[in-house]
Design a protein around this ligand. Structure first.
Ligand SMILES: [Fe+2]
Length: 309
């Protein structure tokens, strides 16, 4: 099943205005947004749909504090939609809405949607490092960093769920063609659907049932410089850093997580490893040491010099 990855996430929130402003400040572009919320998109058209928790037509809440109402995946074609529908009809209700989205509920109670992807193909260079010996260098006289860099989220990368039974959750997504790329013992697997090489678009964290819901979501940036630039600008706008910046071990993705009014963390990520079916999953104990190679903490800009304090 050619599932490419998450296309958009739907939230039902208390404070629509704060969530919309948060995502604009994060770097998403608002489309058709008014006081009822609306859709905010990254450069490739993937994004986040914000609605008030009582908005008519939203998928039902999960019965926990989680504000995530639906994860909608982009798929390659109609035959993939039909294959998903055929598989899920074996043991659950599936329906299509007028917007072409196929809806179902997974074995943990998370609402899922699937539609033929509307992602726009991006033709943008990534960050290039002027490494001695490399044949790929930046053009002469082009700058590696500047205050003019927009540092905008490019594409919805992954979503992480708190689940009460990660094994059961993994078994469900295996039916849809997701494969495990790496695994944290006792926490959960990193999963990759068939239509992408990204290390993961989905990760589970085993938690007590009352915590069930979304832990975080993130968009891919051009590289580590954009993660640092966007994150620094976000802090300077008053948002609270939760974890990072740093670089994860499994997936090698650069990360920086922030608190949000959506009731989950929101991350910037960059430079995730790519894998295909020849990759053998690693199995690691879950710990601070295995979660990152290094971790920094933001501090106010500073320079040496001046009078002694
Ligand atoms: Fe993440």
């Amino acid at each position: 099943m050619n599932i490419i990855g998450p296309e958009y996430l739907t939230f039902g929130v208390d404070d629509v205005r704060a969530c919309v402003q948060y995502l604009i400040d994060y770097g998403l572009k608002p489309l058709d947004v008014d006081d009822q919320g609306g859709f905010l998109e990254a450069l490739d058209g993937t994004g986040v749909l914000i609605r008030h928790r009582d908005h008519a037509g939203l998928p039902a809440p999960m019965g926990t504090a989680s504000t995530l109402r639906e994860t909608v995946y982009g798929v390659a074609d109609e035959s993939t939609l039909q294959a998903i529908e055929h598989e899920l009809r074996k043991d659950r209700e599936v329906h299509r809405t007028d917007d072409g989205v196929l809806h179902a509920i997974d074995d943990m109670g998370f609402a899922l949607g699937f539609r033929i992807t509307q992602r726009r193909a991006l033709a943008l260079p990534g960050e290039i490092s002027n490494a001695p010996g490399s044949t790929t260098l930046r053009e002469v006289n082009s700058l590696g960093a500047s205050n003019e860099m927009a540092a905008l989220p490019r594409s919805l990368s992954h979503v992480v769920y708190f689940v009460p039974d990660a094994d059961k959750a993994e078994a469900f997504y295996t039916r849809l063609g997701f494969v495990c790329t790496d695994r944290f013992i006792g926490t959960g697997p990193f999963l990759r659907p068939a239509g992408t090489l990204d290390h993961h678009t989905l990760f589970f964290i085993n938690t007590p049932p009352f915590m069930k819901g979304i832990e975080h979501f993130t968009f891919h940036m051009a590289g580590p410089t954009e993660v640092m630039l966007a994150g620094t600008r976000f802090v300077e706008k008053g948002y609270q850093s939760f974890w990072g910046p740093g670089r994860h071990q499994l997936g090698s993705n650069w990360f920086w997580y922030f608190n949000s009014p959506l009731g989950c963390h929101v991350e910037y990520d960059a430079d995730m490893d790519l894998h295909d079916d020849s990759w053998a999953p690693r199995v690691e104990p879950s710990s601070a040491d295995t979660s990152q190679y290094f971790l920094f903490e933001h501090r106010e800009k500073w320079m040496p010099g001046g009078k002694p304090e």
